[in-house]
Design a protein around this ligand. Structure first.
Ligand code: ZN
Length: 133
């Protein structure tokens, strides 16, 4: 894996959380994007090589809505950039990790993504992401 690409944080409201993180990080939100398939709206901040991704649910069936219900707002996932997501998925599957997708799926920020089940990763939801050409 190449680097920590971003850290995902579940929030109840982007309208409240974007100004909070702009103040905290002292840098502006540079992009917001809705991912219809995931029922989330995202907002991105750049911190050096790593981004912060705020996630707000846009519907009750969103994984973020369920997360907020169960655990409340806070750290949701850590995303590692990989150069070849299919290869990395094969490697991790062979190593005994549970993948939440059979195939990479489109995520925010022009990425192909796949999640690993947190039961195999010390309770941390891990995302693999690869920049789409
Ligand atoms: Zn993410």
């Amino acid at each position: 894996m190449l680097k920590v690409e971003h850290i995902g944080i579940a929030v109840a409201s982007l309208r409240d959380s974007v100004p909070l993180f702009e103040k905290l990080l002292n840098s502006p939100c540079y992009k917001t994007e809705t991912v219809e398939s995931e029922q989330v709206q995202t907002a991105f901040f750049r911190q050096g090589e790593t981004k912060i991704e705020l996630l707000e649910a846009t519907g009750p069936d969103s994984a973020i809505a369920r997360f907020l219900e169960k655990k409340g707002a806070g750290m949701h996932h850590i995303a590692f950039e990989v150069s070849n997501i299919e290869e990395e998925m094969q490697r991790l599957k062979a190593a005994g990790f549970t993948l939440l997708q059979d195939k990479p799926k489109p995520g925010a920020d022009n990425k192909l993504i796949c999640f690993l089940h947190p039961k195999d990763t010390g309770g941390v939801l891990v995302e693999l992401c690869q920049e789409q050409a």
